[in-house]
Ligand binder design. Structure first.
Ligand code: PMP
Length: 290
């Protein structure tokens, strides 16, 4: 087991200043720990440039708005803070995690409008999110939990509360030797993985679930635009699990996951790590470093 993330050298940006990594602590009565009042971003810096950094900063603010938590920083200030923390740690190729959360304050009940909204930005060097699966193809379990209705929770926010079932589903998947789990949504349509969007390929055309109840990933949007530019037909639509067997290729997309091929879903569905997926993965790698 690698060491704890708490115990590292380096700097973390917290509430406007760079502090020593080991000092980036919160009190146990931090509201977010009890009630999931937190939103976050995951992004990557490639050769010194943060891919879609400003879009991620704006999405963080949007997620805050969606959970009724106004973040007291502008997107430009968040961009600058990310740059500062990368430079302070001397990283040019790294993952960046921004986290906005309700801290400790006068409120300890569910309502917390008087507690400060805090912002922390951390960065670390992180290789392939799915390890070897990046090349061999990931094996996905089918999650027993469903992505919830947007009438149940603000499903478009990248908010901590939405990840409770992701952690549970990924634990169950790992126990079965899978890299991740694929969720259906509350209506029964194919949705997404626990931290990545899903795409399928059939006869040179690409199909991906309509992002109407889950995070419309920035990588997902990038891949769709890239494919359309190349003249590859892309169908964003509701996909039923019964259709999965008819697809030839499958891959996941995300800022951490990048483009990761999928070799198997559940017990029955197998995919080749085919030419279309390989090309998309290569084109994405080129784009993020362009
Ligand atoms: N869905 C979920 C649940 C995620 O956590 C992520 C990663 N942020 C994605 C999709 C992909 O989003 P993006 O491409 O913006 O990283």
């Amino acid at each position: 087991m690698a060491g704890s993330y708490e115990d590292r050298d380096g700097k973390i940006w917290m509430d406007g200043e760079l502090i020593d990594w080991r000092d980036a602590k919160v009190h146990v009565l931090t509201h977010a720990l009890h009630y999931a009042s937190a939103v976050f971003e995951g992004e990557r810096c490639y050769d010194g440039k943060i891919f879609k950094g400003h879009e991620h900063s704006k999405r963080l603010l949007k997620s805050g708005e969606l959970i009724d938590m106004e973040i007291p920083w502008t997107a430009e200030q968040i961009d600058a803070a990310k740059r500062e923390v990368l430079d302070a740690n001397g990283f040019t190729n790294a993952y960046i995690r921004a986290l906005a959360f309700r801290g400790a304050g006068p409120d300890m009940g569910v309502a917390a409008s008087h507690n400060p909204v805090r912002l922390a930005i951390c960065t670390w060097e992180w290789g392939s999110y799915y390890g070897d699966a990046k090349w061999q193809g990931a094996k996905l379990d089918i999650a027993k939990w469903k992505r919830p209705s947007p009438e149940t929770i603000p499903a478009a926010a990248k908010a901590a509360g939405l990840y409770m079932i992701c952690t549970m589903s990924k634990h169950a998947a790992e126990k079965k030797g899978c890299s991740d789990a694929l969720f259906m949504d509350y209506r029964g349509y194919v949705a997404e993985a626990t931290g990545a969007n899903v795409f399928f390929v059939k006869d040179g055309e690409v199909h991906t679930p309509l992002a109407d109840v889950f995070l419309n990933g920035l990588t997902r949007q990038t891949i769709i635009a890239m494919l359309k530019e190349q003249g590859v037909p892309v169908h964003e639509r509701h996909i039923l699990p019964e259709e999965i067997g008819g697809f030839q290729e499958c891959f996941l997309t995300g800022s951490a996951a990048e483009v990761t091929p999928v070799a198997q879903i559940g017990e029955d569905w197998h995919f080749q790590v085919g030419a279309t997926t390989r090309k998309i993965a290569e084109d994405y790698d080129a784009l993020v470093r362009a």
